[in-house]
Design a protein around this ligand. Structure first.
Ligand SMILES: NC(=O)c1ccc[n+]([C@@H]2O[C@H](COP(=O)([O-])OP(=O)(O)OC[C@H]3O[C@@H](n4cnc5c(N)ncnc54)[C@H](OP(=O)(O)O)[C@@H]3O)[C@@H](O)[C@H]2O)c1
Length: 219
């Protein structure tokens, strides 16, 4: 139990995550837009502008964990994707995560803490009309893998979580854009995924999950 920074806390998965972390006894600070209404301490920051995050967060102090859950997921062919969209997707999904890690690292090292990146569905690669999203998540995986090696000497743990379809408004919109059906009953419940993230953070001293693929149980 300790101080946990959470991005994406206003979203479907993030809201459940904040609830699960608080229930488990963690002290949560939400980082993002409109986080003042969440009932936990919040730091207003636009993750589409990573260069502004340092001024927004200021001195972070001791941080036990950082969970990057913010993400955007536009659907368009490369032929129809403008540079601003690429910049926004890469900024929110990966560059802001790297910047928050950089700012939190002194505290994370002191506490031998944990960084968790919420990635995409397991095995997702080469998806037509989803290149910016899938590309950003590939970069997020590489960020995790490099960081894990770099920070091992400081005792910082790094986990990538790969959630399959999780019942949120974002998934409903994505399925609609791809012309695919959306049945929340066949998806992971955000609360279930949140519990699994809390479980990852609760790993014992000698080992932890470096990667976790979460899929709906057979129904
Ligand atoms: N749902 C799924 O099936 C699924 C599956 C695999 C992976 N994921 C991943 O899980 C994460 C959460 O997904 P979700 O379904 O909960 O989506 P969501 O409900 O759309 O939540 C996305 C979150 O990202 C935040 N965000 C977006 N742009 C931002 C910006 N410029 N600055 C600060 N925050 C920003 C949103 O805040 P605002 O309210 O400010 O926009 C929101 O809190 C994403 O990384 C997604 O890729 C989801």
């Amino acid at each position: 139990m300790g101080h946990v920074l959470v991005t994406g806390a206003t979203g479907g998965i993030g809201t459940a995550l904040v609830g699960a972390l608080v229930k488990a006894g963690h002290q949560v600070t939400a980082v993002g837009r409109g986080v003042g209404r969440l009932g936990v301490p919040g730091i207003e920051a636009d993750l589409a502008e990573p260069g502004t995050i340092a001024a927004a967060v200021g001195e972070l102090g001791d941080v036990q964990a950082l969970v990057h859950c913010a993400g955007v997921s536009p659907i368009a062919a490369v032929a129809d994707t403008d540079p601003e969209t690429w910049e926004r997707v890469l900024a929110v999904n990966v560059a802001s995560a790297a910047e928050l890690v950089r700012l939190a690292l002194p505290g994370l090292r002191r506490s031998r803490g944990h960084v968790i990146f919420v990635n995409a569905s397991p095995g997702m690669t080469g998806v037509p009309r989803w290149s910016a999203f899938v590309g950003s998540k590939a970069a997020l995986r590489e960020l995790a893998d490099s960081l894990r090696e770099e920070e091992a000497a400081h005792g910082v743990r790094v986990t990538t979580v790969y959630p399959a379809a999780t019942a949120t408004e974002l998934l409903r919109e994505v399925r609609s854009a791809f012309g695919r059906p959306y049945d929340p009953e066949r998806c992971i419940r955000p609360e279930t995924l949140a519990e699994m993230v809390v479980w990852v953070l609760a790993a014992p001293a000698d080992s932890y999950a470096a990667e976790l693929a979460v899929v709906p149980a057979p129904r």
